[in-house]
Design a protein around this ligand. Sequence first.
Ligand code: SF4
Length: 288
Amino acid sequence: MEGRDMQECNVCFRHCRIEEGKLGFCGARICAGGEVTAANYGRITSVALDPVEKKPLRRFEPGKKVFSIGSYGCNLRCPFCQNYEISWSERAGRYAKEAEYVSPEEIVKIALDLQARGNIGIAFTYNEPLIGWEYVRDTAKLAKEKGLKNILVTNGTAGSDVLKEILPYIDAMNIDLKAFTDRFYRELIRGDFDMVKEFIQTAVKSCHVELTTLVIPGENDTMEEMRELSGWISGLSGRVPGKQIPLHVTRFFPQFHMTDREATPVETVYRLADAAREHLEFVYEGNV
Ligand code: SF4
C-alpha cells in the first residue's frame, strides 16, 4: 500500500517507491526527509590503481593507469556477479554501516598525487556507480577541472536524466551489454534490455564507449545472438561509426550463485569473437 511518506526513485527502470527511512531495491538509495538521496554517497569500499585495460578499455589511453573506486549496492541481480561482496550479497549490506566516507575533494587529491605513478584520472567502477550518480557527478566535475580524465564502468541501466547529469564530465565508458535478449535481462538478472540499449545509444554520441559481453554457457552463447548483438552495435551512430565501437567478449567462470555449469570453453569465446568481427573492427577476447 502506498502511504503519504512514500517517494519514487527514478534513477533506474525499477522506479522503487520508498518509505521514509527505508532503502530502495539497490540498497544504496534512501528516502530521507521526503526525498530520495544516495545513502552510499562517498562511501568507498574499494580502491586500486589499475591499468586502463583492466576496466576493460583497449582504445582509450592505452598503457596508462587509473585510480579506480567503488561503493556498495546494485540495481541488478546477476547470479554470476564478480563483485558480489560489494554489490548484493549479505556482506554488501554490511557496508552500509561500515564503508568509510571519502569526499570528492579527497578522492581528487589522491588521484592527483597518483599522477606521479602514471595515473590519468578516476574510474567509477566495481559496484554499479550510477545508483549513487550524485557522487560520480560531483567528483568527476572536480576531477575534470583539475585536468584529470573520468572513466565510468556501468551496467547501463540508469535513466536518461541521470545520464545527462554525468555525461559532461565523463571521458570514457565501458558499458555491459550482457546479452541480446529480453529473456536474459528480465529473467536471469532482473534487468531491463530496452533501457540498456537506449543508454548505449545516448552514450556513444558523447564520449568514448567500449562494450562488454560476458559469454555464459547456455544463456547467451549462440552465434545467432552474437551476430544480432554485434550487428546492432555496428548500426549505432555516435562519435565514431558503429563498426568502430570496441566489443570485449569475455569468458565466464562459475561463481557466486551460478556454479551449476563449467567455465565457458575458450574455443566458444574465440568463435563468438570471430562472429562479432563480421560486423565490428575492434573485438577483444577477455579472460582466455
Ligand atoms: S536506483 Fe535503486 S532505489 Fe532507485 S529505482 Fe533503481 S533500484 Fe530503486
